[in-house]
Design a protein around this ligand. Structure first.
Ligand code: V47
Length: 381
């Protein structure tokens, strides 16, 4: 039930304690700079612990960006390249398979695959990337293609979203990442990425994926030209889809990194904005099982703190991340398992290695690169 009283910290606290849903106005109130951050953090922590106890999750993962050549020119992106720019690349099958081999040798359970919408590569190439990796390394979970890429494949093939997702599933797709969501509201989307899939299309792709039994994630890119209303509107649109399908696993708020982008005059959001956004996300998205503090993007200290501001997941050990590092991220390129576990323990949480679908991973004691899937982590939402 959504009560329409003028929001105050007291009314919001009562709702959160009673497990009631927060409204748009509540969300806007929480974003007001005079609403104390530590109070919001404490409420988000209450929800986080109610849903997931003291656990904090991570996985052992790697990234693959098969090409950076992209027909779109999103103003916030430092990763993309023009077709004829010397920076542009498209990986060969050998390079792609070598990444799979490296991932397996290092005990990765997941490969996160996203890239540019290459002017000359056909749809079949994108299906082929999934297929060769899955055939060679069937244990490696392929979390691949954003809704924006699926929409590009629609344009290339004139096939419906469902048929494209079925092709990808048949080739070995395991789940979909949450990228490409940016800010849904057209006032902002029209300014930062006017040509690519709009909010309705992003949501349609995820709805269809959920109907086919695929789990997906969701993101929000904040700290550029949007305001608090655009952020809360974005979260409410995600919450509505989750009510309908239940197919989202994790929400990842993504702080804008301005370096080498068309918005380089904008200052990176502060750690306080990052924590406020993390906490508000946890409070607004009452039906999302997990909230991720992506350490690559937040920096290690803020990511650790975020584990007490609503987040229960740090993403993974990560290797070969380009999107944030091209945009000026100063975080390391990889964390060791020991490091990520220590960061979680220092934050007072209990580290749990998970797979992409939030099942516990059991490691072979003699050879840590070998693993098997254990129990599912119950989703309390
Ligand atoms: O969609 C691009 C964002 C996203 C910049 O699903 C930028 O588990 C900040 O979606 N500054 C891709 N952000 C990354 C992504 C993601 C990351 C980690 C985990 C998961 C998951 C998904 O990165 C893009 C865009 O929103 N992005 N450029 C930039 N300069």
């Amino acid at each position: 039930m959504i009560r329409s009283v003028k929001p105050s910290l007291q009314s919001i606290r009562e709702k959160v304690e009673a497990g009631e849903r927060l409204s748009l106005d509540d969300g806007l109130f929480l974003y007001e700079p005079t609403t104390p951050l530590h109070e919001i953090g404490a409420l988000a922590n209450l929800v986080r612990e109610r849903l997931g106890g003291n656990f904090a999750y991570y996985n052992i993962n790697t990234h693959l960006n098969p090409t950076n050549v992209c027909v779109y020119r999103c103003v916030f992106c430092a990763f993309r390249s023009d077709l004829r720019d010397p920076k542009g690349y498209a990986m060969s099958d050998e390079q792609i398979l070598a990444r799979g081999q490296e991932a397996v040798e290092n005990g990765c359970t997941e490969m996160h695959i996203v890239g540019g919408l290459h002017h000359q590569r056909k749809y079949d190439w994108y299906v082929h990337v999934v297929r060769i990796l899955h055939e060679a390394y069937p244990q490696l979970h392929l979390k691949a293609w954003t809704a924006v890429e699926i929409n590009w494949f629609e344009f290339l093939t004139k096939k419906p979203v469902r048929a494209i997702l079925e092709d990808m599933l048949e080739a070995g797709l395991g789940s979909m990442p949450g990228g490409g969501a940016e800010i849904f509201h057209p006032e902002v989307r029209g300014e930062i990425c006017e040509h690519k899939a709009d909010a309705g299309k992003w949501i349609e792709v995820h709805r269809t994926a959920h109907q086919l039994g695929l789990k997906t994630n969701a993101t929000m890119l904040y700290g550029h030209i949007e305001n608090a209303f655009h952020r809360i509107d974005h979260l409410i649109r995600l919450r509505e889809l989750q009510d309908e399908t239940g197919g989202f696993q994790t929400f990842i708020p993504l702080a804008f990194h301005p370096e080498n982008t068309g918005l380089s005059h904008i200052k990176k959001p502060s750690a306080l904005t990052d924590l406020r956004t993390m906490a508000i996300s946890r409070l607004m998205l009452d039906n999302f099982p997990h909230i991720k503090a992506y350490w690559i993007m937040l920096g290690i200290g803020t990511a650790q703190t975020a584990l007490s501001y609503g987040a229960d997941d740090l993403d993974g050990t990560v290797r070969h991340e380009l999107i944030y590092h091209d945009a000026g991220a100063t975080t390391p390129e990889i964390l060791s398992v020991e490091d990520i576990r220590r960061l979680i323990l220092e934050a007072g949480r209990e580290p749990v290695e998970r797979d992409t679908l939030y099942r516990r991973i059991v490691r072979d004691q003699q050879d840590r690169a070998k693993w098997s899937v254990g129990d599912a982590i119950p989703a309390a939402v």
